[in-house]
Ligand binder design. Sequence first.
Ligand code: DGL
Length: 269
Amino acid sequence: MPIGVFDSGLGGLTVLGALQNALPGQAFVYLGDHAHAPYGARSAPEILDLTMAACGLLFARGCDLVILACNTASSVALKPMQEYFVTADKRVLGVFVPVIEVLAGRAWADRAAPTIAPVNDVLFFATPATVRSGAFSREVALRTSNVRIVEVPCPGLVDALETDAQADAARIVRTCTAQGLAQMPTPEVTVLGCTHYPLMQTQFAAALPPGTRTLSQPRAVADALCDYLARHPRFAGGGGQTYLTTGHAGPVTRAALALTGRDLVFRTV
Ligand code: DGL
């Protein structure tokens, strides 16, 4: 059975690449909602509606398990969707949980009182909608008693990347990193809390103090999915790789090549 991987655009390919490396035999259907990207500047109700529509498309393609490879959708839409949209035979998982488990050093389901995490100071970069949701800091605070987080919105960065405006993207990274460091000059760990941002990993690293560790969300999600499939083998299955977009297939295919260096052929859904 194919596993659906959803993002507003091409950023989710950073997660998909890690999933494909970790699970070489697994079939995946990737969907980018280019007709409505970027999500980061949208309201919460809009993000919820769009995410439900996208998951509906992936369910209709036979994906009973969908990964929201989009922090904006994960932070805003996942909880309400799990409450009243996802039926018992389907599963939708987000990309926040695995990162928070690694950061907190404990399992998500552990309901014990907050504990001391192995890290203190965390700089978190994300879209304006993700930062506005407060979900990341809230969930970390439920599990840890010592982690200080500075959340930095990076408006315009997703747009710049989707349009391959590399100079603009690099400028936004420098500006946002400077804003973050003004509040937390020596972070131990940085989390790139938007799946597009690992595409600028080198630029983020260059702008951060040497020795700042980046917690890799794609790797955390891949490890978590391997573990999940071992416990729920009914969602696993072989087959090919499919790349879908709600936008125009030609430009999206070209943009994917420019951004990731991978020759992925998108079809319009
Ligand atoms: N890749 C999405 C995320 O992880 C980008 C959201 C957007 O479209 O602004 O948040």
